[in-house]
Design a binder for this molecule. Sequence first.
Ligand code: QV4
Ligand code: CA
Length: 484
Amino acid sequence: QFDPHNDPDRQAMVHLFEWKWNDIAAECERFLGPKGYAGVQISPPHECIQQYGRPWWERYQPVSYKLVSRSGNEDDFKDMVQRCNAVGVRIYVDVVVNHMTGGGSGQGTGGSSYDTNSESYPGVPYGRNDFNDNNCHSGDGNIDNYQDANQVRNCRLSGLRDLNQGTSYVRGKIQEYFNHLLSLGVAGFRVDAAKHMWPGDLQAIFSGLQVSSDPVHRFNLSVSGSNPFIVQEVIDHGGEPIKNTDYTGLGRVTEFHHCDHINNLFRKRDKLAYTSNWGTGWGMLPDDQALVFVDNHDNQRGDGGGSVITYKEARLYKMAQAFVMAQPYAFPRIMSSYAFDSHDQGPPQDGSGHITSPTINADDSCGGGWVCEHRWRQIYNMVGFRNAAHGAAMSNFWSNGDQQIAFARSGKAFIAINNQGYDLNQNLQTTLSAGSYCDVISGNKENGGCTGKTITVGGDGRAYISIGGSDEDPMVAIHVNAKL
Ligand code: QV4
Ligand code: CA
C-alpha cells in the first residue's frame, strides 16, 4: 500500500484535476509517457450531483459508484487506464467514500436519483441506516469542533451525509467499488477525507483489495506486491488530536507540513541553507509514508489551511517545484490546474456544461484555459532530473548561509538554487563526470545540443555556476541524462 506500482525509472506523479478520460489517455501517450511521469491522480470518476453553475466541488458529492461523470463514462475510463498503463503511466483514483451529498435532491451525472434529506441513494443503494447520524453528538450534526475526534469521524463534513463505515454493508459497497476500479487496471487510490473515517474501518476496507494481475496492465506484482497504492488525505498542520501518523500504518499520507515548509522557505520566512536534512530532519513523515506537493486543488484555492505557492506566482512556483523534485525525499505529486479567478469556478466548459479539452501549443504548453503546470519545461525537466537521480543520496550540500544552495545527487545530478535576490557565482562540486551538460531549467537537450545554458564540469567534478539574482528562473540543474 506504500508502493505506487511505478515503473522504477518514473518517480513523480501528476494530478490532472478535472481532466476528461480521453484527454488523459492522449496525454499519457503524447506527453506523460515520453517525459517520464509515473502516474496520474484523476478526479473522482463516480456519479455525482450536478450543481448549478457546475463548480469543481460537485464531484466530491457522490450519488452512486457508477463510473459516469463529466470526465466520461466507464468505456472511456477503461480505455484511459489501458492506454496509460501501456505507456508505463499508472492511474490513481480519487475515491470519495466518507460521505454522499450535502443537500438537495435530483439526478446525478449517471441518471440515478438521490434525496439528501431522506438519505436515499438507490444507485448504490444506500439508505438511512447506512449513515452515522446516531453516532454523531455535535449540536447541529456537522463537525463543529476539530478537537473532538469523534465528531471529526462521525459527524458531517460541511453538511455532507456521513456514511457509517463501521457496518459490513457499507464496507462491502465501498470494497466493491474499489475492486471494480482495480479490475479495470488502476494502481491505487487517493482516499478523500480519510481523516474523517476511523483507521480501523479503513483497514477493514483495504484488506482484501487486490491490484489486477491482468498482463495487459503490466504491473510487475512479483516486485511491487498486490496491494493497491494508498494515499490518505489527512490534513495535519499540527494542533489537533487526529494525527497523520494515525493512518501511516495503512498507506501513505498527504504531508501537509511539507506545503507549510515549502511556502515558508520560498517566501524567505525560513532559510534554504537549513535544508541539508530535508525530510524527517524537518519533522516530516518518513520517506515511504509521505506524498508531497507544493499545492493541491484545495489549498491552491485557500481551503484546508495554510497558504501555499501556486501557478499564479510562477517564478516562486518553478523554484519550489525544482527544489521538491531535486530532493530525494518522499513521492511527489505535481498539481496540474486550470486557470481560475474565483473559488468555485469549474473547469473550462461549454455552454451545456461539457468540459472542454486543453489545446496544445507549439512550445508544449496548454491553452483553452488549462494551466498544465506539468508541461512547463522547468517542471517536466525536473521530473527527468528526479528519475535520473533516483537512488542516489544527496551529497555536497553547499549554501551561502542564507538563500543560495546547491547540492548533488551523488554521481547522478546537481542543482543550484538562488532565492537570495543577488547573484550567485561559485565554483561548486557537482559529483558528475567531466564534460558538457545541458541545464534542463533553461533548455532541453535536443539533437545532441542544448537549447539553454551549457554547464561545463571539469575533471575534478567542479563547475562554475552563475545565477543572476533576478533571473526569471534562478536555478540550474544538470544530470547524467542531460550530458551532451
Ligand atoms: C454548505 C455549508 C455548510 C452546511 C451545508 C449544508 O458550508 O455549513 O452545513 O451547506 O447545508 C460544498 C460547498 C459547501 C456546502 C457543501 C454541502 O462548498 O459550502 O456546505 O458542499 O452542500 C470539496 C469542497 C467543499 C465542498 C465539497 C463537497 O472543498 O467546499 O462543499 O467538496 O462538494 C477539511 C477536510 C478535508 C477536505 C478539506 C476541504 O478535512 O478532507 O476540508 N478535503 C477533501 C477534498 C475537498 C472536498 C472534500 C474533502 C469533501 O480535497 O476538495 O471538499 O469531499 O480540511
Ligand atoms: Ca465520517
